[in-house]
Design a protein around this ligand. Sequence first.
Ligand SMILES: C[C@H](O)[C@H](O)[C@H]1CNC2=NC(N)=NC(=O)C2=N1
Length: 97
Amino acid sequence: MSKLSEQDIEKKLLRLPDWEYFDNAIHSEFEFENFKDCFSAMSRIAFECEALDHHPNWTNVYNVLTISLSTHSANGVTKKDFELARAIEQIVEPEED
Ligand SMILES: C[C@H](O)[C@H](O)[C@H]1CNC2=NC(N)=NC(=O)C2=N1
């Protein structure tokens, strides 16, 4: 999986307004009602990570989930990070029909 250029990353981020690029990774932070809702979302995200075989760097403090995505083997951001970011968006903030 090849590392995307900064220009490609910024272009792809236009469709992911909750995410930003810095330090060789894309980052977002989500706030929930409480710890239970936050951890429930983390569990659902974890299954998606296993399905994609791609894993986040993340931290949780009570109701806040902070996520950083990069591809370790490429030492940067790849298509796989965007695939996972879109899956996370669907779990955390599903689109209305
Ligand atoms: C063996 C396994 O496929 C690899 O270690 C995968 C697992 N999850 C991964 N996750 C992330 N974020 N980057 C990787 O390079 C990566 N590699």
